[in-house]
Design a protein around this ligand. Structure first.
Ligand SMILES: [Mn+2]
Length: 368
């Protein structure tokens, strides 16, 4: 049975802060993923009981809860910094206890970072990214060896309160982050503790198949057609460098009416090819380009850092304000594929008709 070691004095302090807090805020990062939403809500639901003297408990995301995670218990409580900036900034300023989840620094909260930095309340970090900004928080629970922030919340809340505030809703939230941050228990889960946490959560009679459907089987027709276009027309494959990349201009995205949420996960398709070790995805936005890196071996965090970004060893990202073309040039240079010719994409005209014509020709030549 896994038992994470925690400093007893720090636990006592945090337990006391939770018990005494009048206004609690929970915050996670811009463009929240399953781990951000799951840890935010999993912690909120426990604090509903653990923070017995709290008048308000406010989970906040810089932008809204993604459509994919609106099914999570109590997701309606999540406040959107984008939609209610003044209210969120005021809540952050007035909070006497602030939990920062799945971020390693205030800057990950984007336009809320000044409010967070200036806040007077106790700040507690719970996270699994590298290089936490140690000066910005009074208590730091950070471990890059742990699969997900949701897993961390499992161990931390058990150390704080035992199982008393766990229930099926909490378990659904936390299992979601465990599942999404490990790609369905495929990566970042080499520690047995990840599976032990999952086992404990499943014991609360949650339905993993149901959660899988909520997370994975959510495509719209537009999104599916965009994926077809992406793979046939916008996937550059460089076998000699074991590298593949997608690059989407604003026009590409408008043509199919897709947004960031629709492109979430597409970068992982690069690694579905057995010979590919590193994949990248570039998305042009207004005045900037967002880049995501993934790898099976090696370290893409180093690549992302060279573009001013960061993340994990196997999954990292950056945002560049250069033109889309210049960003693509820089990324290709970093990946060592700048002057290489990618495997030719399937042509637009390579349709069913073209295939039949080829077969007809073949039949004719066979006759001769
Ligand atoms: Mn995470």
């Amino acid at each position: 049975m896994y038992l994470k070691e925690f400093d007893k004095q720090q636990l006592a302090t945090l337990r006391q802060w939770c018990g005494e807090a009048r206004h609690v805020v929970l915050l996670s990062h811009m463009n929240a993923d399953g781990d951000a939403c799951g840890s935010l809500l999993g912690m909120t639901l426990q604090l509903d009981h653990a923070a017995a003297n709290a008048i308000s408990i406010s989970p906040i995301l810089p932008n809204s809860c993604p459509r994919n995670f609106l099914w999570l218990p109590q997701s309606h409580r999540i406040l959107s910094g984008e939609k209610e900036r003044m209210r969120c900034e005021q809540l952050i300023a007035e909070a006497d206890l602030i939990f920062c989840l799945d971020i390693n620094s205030s800057s990950r909260t984007d336009f809320l970072q000044d409010a967070l930095r200036n806040a007077k309340g106790h700040k507690v970090l719970v996270d699994h990214h590298h290089n936490p900004a140690v000066d910005e928080f009074q208590l730091i629970y950070s471990d890059p060896e742990i699969s997900s922030t949701c897993e961390y919340v499992v161990w931390l809340s058990q150390a704080l309160w035992g199982d008393q505030y766990f229930n099926a809703d909490v378990a659904r939230c936390l299992y979601t982050g465990l599942r999404t941050d490990t790609g369905g228990f495929a990566f970042s889960c080499s520690q047995p503790s990840c599976f032990e946490a999952a086992a404990q959560l499943v014991a609360f009679d949650i339905n993993p198949a149901d959660i899988h459907n909520h997370i994975a089987n959510t495509f719209t027709v537009n999104r599916m057609q965009f994926y077809g276009f992406a793979i046939s027309q916008r996937l550059e494959i460089y076998p000699s460098k074991q590298t593949a990349l997608f690059a989407f201009s604003l026009d590409d995205q408008r043509r199919f009416g897709v947004d960031d949420e629709d492109m979430e996960g597409l970068v992982n398709y690069t690694l579905m090819m057995s010979d590919i070790q590193i994949g990248a995805l570039l998305r042009e936005k207004e005045g900037r380009t967002k880049i995501s890196f993934r790898c099976k071996s090696g370290d893409v965090n180093i690549l992302a850092q060279q573009l001013g970004g960061g993340g994990h060893t196997k999954a990292a990202g950056a945002t560049c304000t250069m033109s889309f073309a210049d960003t693509l040039h820089s990324v290709k240079k970093l990946l060592g594929v700048l002057n290489l010719q990618p495997v030719a994409p399937l042509s637009e005209s390579y349709s069913h008709t073209a295939l039949h014509q080829d077969q007809d020709k073949e039949r004719l030549s066979n006759k001769e």
